[in-house]
Design a protein around this ligand. Sequence first.
Ligand code: SAM
Length: 272
Amino acid sequence: MNHILYNDDSRERVKHLPDNSIDLILTDPPYNLSPYSTGNMKFKWRKEINNDLASWDQEDFTPAEWLAEFKRVLKPTGNIFAFCSYNLIGKWHEAFDPAYDTFQFFVYHKTNPVPKFRKAGFLNSCELIVCCWNKGHTWNFGKQSEMHNFYEGPICMGKERLKDPVHPTQKPVKLLSHIIKIASNEGDVVFDPFMGVASTGIAALQNNRNFIGIDTDKAYFKAAEKRIKDYVSQQPLFSIESETEKALKDTPGESVHPLIESLHINMAKSAA
Ligand SMILES: C[S@@+](CC[C@H](N)C(=O)[O-])C[C@H]1O[C@@H](n2cnc3c(N)ncnc32)[C@H](O)[C@@H]1O
């Protein structure tokens, strides 16, 4: 399988992807929760709890601004799954519901969420993921019992959790893998314009899907690149050549990365 990572602003970089080239957009954009934060929580008896997400969360994320590009790059059979905090669900619905046949949500229930020591409200143990598609979309329907819009599991931890840099919202690969298996097929292209440390990328490669990922942050990008390289080098049949060096040079007018080129070729074939 192929992958390509960009250390770039996805609002610009997405414009270089061909029309109808992506099978699954699986992404975890900024939540804009920073205005609600009361700061990190300090304790004498345990390490600080991170309540201030990160500087990337302070920049406005507006779902409506992504509609046109998501529509353009996604194949008619494609699916969109986007993590979404409670404050943005209305904005996602307002922009995306009129544009797709189906708009639903999926719940990720965390079995070990950040505790609330003051017991003055609910734990933030659920995350929402909005999902959209049109009729004829790829859907690997399992048994009824496997098709609940609900997934339960721990937050990303242990060996899987990167230590340097620590990404405050690193998602568990198992959850992403669950979505990828339902909403795409082997050989498909999965796109994450807010990839962080490439958890979606690892899940895509583990399930024999191609991956395109973007993140603006240099430290996260480097960690994503290393994580993917380490994964690929452990697979006996994969080439261990780094794809990202070339990807960084992949600007209009210069040589085009093989994955992007193959997307163009496939598009030309299906148009013929
Ligand atoms: C919620 S985090 C994604 C975490 C990811 N799911 C993981 O498991 O590592 C959102 C990411 O979007 C990135 N980001 C924010 N604005 C961006 C932009 N305009 N272009 C590309 N990346 C951006 C941030 O640097 C951050 O890593």
